[in-house]
Design a binder for this molecule. Structure first.
Ligand code: S3P
Length: 159
């Protein structure tokens, strides 16, 4: 199944984009974080605190297999570290939401930071992850319109 896959750093706006894309492309959203929370009945920070990052990554691998088995197209809203397992392009057309470190820093202050267990060393992480996002994606985007345009073009019926 060719899903519309959104990857990028935490607070890059993947969930907001996913909701907007869902409305304009009429596709449902599968959020890896929400799926994990609903399966475990725990928030992401509770999983990190009580079970550790490794356990969370195991859940991300389970989410990957579930996505592989979906029988209709979805917009896949990936947690920031979902790419660590690789093979993103096997899930569909992968868009990397490329947002500058300055903007991420601003967004990750206060409450937003508490929700995200990894956000403490985010500068270091940002540099490491950027390489991975570039490798695992097909297109680097800043605007939602870029995704819509590409998705419509790729899915347009042949003349
Ligand atoms: C993570 C990003 C978070 C969440 C978890 C780990 C990461 O998702 O999956 O805290 O490793 O970058 P968001 O990108 O939605 O914040």
């Amino acid at each position: 199944m060719m899903h519309l896959v959104l990857i990028g750093f935490m607070a890059s706006g993947k969930s907001t984009f996913a909701q907007q894309l869902s409305a304009s492309l009429k596709l449902p959203v599968f959020s890896t974080d929400d799926w994990i929370s609903s399966q475990t009945q725990l928030s992401i920070s509770e999983i990190f605190t009580s079970y550790g990052e490794n356990e969370f990554r195991v859940w991300e691998q389970r989410a990957y297999r579930v996505i592989m088995d979906l029988e209709q197209r979805y917009i896949i809203d990936c947690g920031g570290g979902f790419v660590l397992q690789g093979r993103m392009k096997e899930l569909g057309r992968v868009y990397y939401l490329d947002v500058s470190l300055e903007i991420i820093e601003k967004r990750l202050c206060g409450k937003e930071r508490q929700k995200r267990p990894l956000s403490k060393d985010f500068k270091e992480l940002y540099i490491q992850r950027k390489r991975l996002y570039e490798k695992e994606s097909l297109l680097k985007v800043n605007q939602i319109e870029e995704i819509i345009e590409d998705w419509k073009r790729i899915n347009a019926p042949l003349p």
